[in-house]
Design a protein around this ligand. Structure first.
Ligand code: HGY
Ligand code: MN
Ligand code: MN
Ligand code: MN
Length: 398
């Protein structure tokens, strides 16, 4: 099943994946999912926010939802997102092959724009579903070509006026369990359980200077936004280190971008994460202060805007501990599965504000993610399916 997805959106040269929301590769992945779900007799549902669900309408009562996302970061790995979607379908196959019929419905979700690689806000689909982002703000989010989220989803049969929290759908979900490739290298077992997602956010920095000729403009007359931008990149590393946090500056747009023209503006995105909200807030404030100081020094203005922020997510403890026992039992270790925090954001982190949520991680021997070296061994992926099937069975009355 997995093999069909592997070539979709993959750059043959770098091996990285480019599957941005509502672009042909991601649409092909959605079509693949819809086809696989229909072949299993699952009922397809598109919510108004661009999320896609496949339901095994067995039993009654609130569903156990699993699944993940199919979009990627630019040049991403093969597993981040798709592993959770493919494992969900494979787990359903396992349950059916064992003759199991759930007493509660089981759903598989494909959440939209989880990476935020196209419109800038991570977990856009799950944030809209749960009311974690203002629909009018979401409608106006623009991609790199200046296209708005509202315009793009309208081209794909959705009504931009209908986006927003869906209490009816949320009311049908009893809990959400997302399986995901580990993003780091802590696991010594094939499968682990998430304890928390550390606080993390994204900020947009706009440096505005004065475009001019690279050869004829004296240094003293320059208002070059690249300089405060460069200071800010170094300040981000310094501040993060000083606050036991991490910070990354990326997705940089230099306008106009020629080598023989001093740019008029530089836009950069800051991704900051840390062990506590205070640590992240302090880190960002120090970076903002350094950016303001450097901008003033070079006659440049700078605006910093918070695009998204997720406070620490402590997953549902009862669900977490139950999964650790179930998964441990599957591993025949008789020990509960390892429980660990993650520095990566997930739809599960967003859903956890509204429904009991937990995550399973499949061991990643390289520890790398958001890059082509992201990996999970076949044996560990199969252990992930075994674990997810056991969890779905346990949670739906098996
Ligand atoms: O960015 C993240 O942490 C996640 O992988 N989307
Ligand atoms: Mn990711
Ligand atoms: Mn992911
Ligand atoms: Mn995620």
């Amino acid at each position: 099943m997995w093999a069909a997805l592997l070539p979709v959106g993959r750059d043959a040269w770098t091996g990285g994946y480019h599957r941005f929301a509502w672009t042909p590769p991601e649409l092909d992945c959605r079509a693949w999912f819809t086809d696989e779900a229909r072949r299993r007799g699952l009922r397809i549902e598109h919510d108004p926010n661009g999320n896609l669900f496949a339901w095994w309408d067995a039993g009654s009562g609130p569903a156990v939802l699993t699944g993940s996302h199919l979009d990627s970061v630019p040049g991403g790995g093969a597993f981040d997102g798709p592993l959770g979607v493919v494992s969900a379908l494979a787990a359903i196959d396992r349950l059916r092959a064992a003759g199991f019929t759930p007493r509660r419905p089981i759903g598989v979700a494909v959440f939209a724009e989880e990476e935020g690689a196209r419109f800038g806000v991570a977990c856009l689909g799950s944030r809209l579903l749960t009311g974690a982002i203002d629909p009018s703000r979401a409608r106006g989010l623009r991609d790199g070509d200046g296209r708005t989220f509202g315009e793009v989803i309208a081209e794909h049969g959705l009504d931009p006026a209908a986006i927003g929290p869906d209490e009816g759908l949320l009311g049908r979900i009893g809990c959400f369990v997302e399986l995901h490739v580990e993003q780091g290298r802590a696991l010594r077992e094939p499968v682990g359980v998430a304890s928390a997602i550390i606080p993390h956010g994204r900020w947009r920095l706009d440096f505005t200077g004065e475009g001019n000729h690279a050869g004829t403009t004296l240094l003293a007359d320059r208002r070059d936004p690249m300089l405060p931008f460069a200071h800010t990149v170094l300040a981000a590393r310094r501040s993060a280190a000083g606050n036991d946090s991490v910070a990354t500056v990326g997705k940089v747009t230099v306008v106009p971008g020629g080598v023989n023209a001093i740019p008029s503006s530089v836009t950069a995105w800051l991704d900051a994460r840390g062990p506590t909200d205070d640590a992240v807030r302090r880190t960002v404030e120090e970076i903002a202060e350094a950016a303001r100081r450097a901008a003033a020094e070079h006659g440049v203005t700078v605006d910093l805007a918070e695009e998204s922020y997720t406070e620490i997510v402590g997953f549902d403890h009862a669900l977490r501990d139950r999964l650790a026992l179930v998964v441990g039992g599957q591993a025949r270790s008789a020990e509960p599965a390892p429980v660990l925090p993650t520095g990566a954001g997930h739809d599960a982190g967003v859903l956890s504000a509204r429904v009991p949520t937990a995550m399973l991680f499949v061991r990643n021997p390289t520890g790398v993610s958001h890059a082509p070296a992201e990996h999970a061994e076949t044996g560990d992926c199969l252990a992930g399916v075994t674990a997810l099937a056991a969890v779905l069975k346990d949670l739906t009355g098996g």
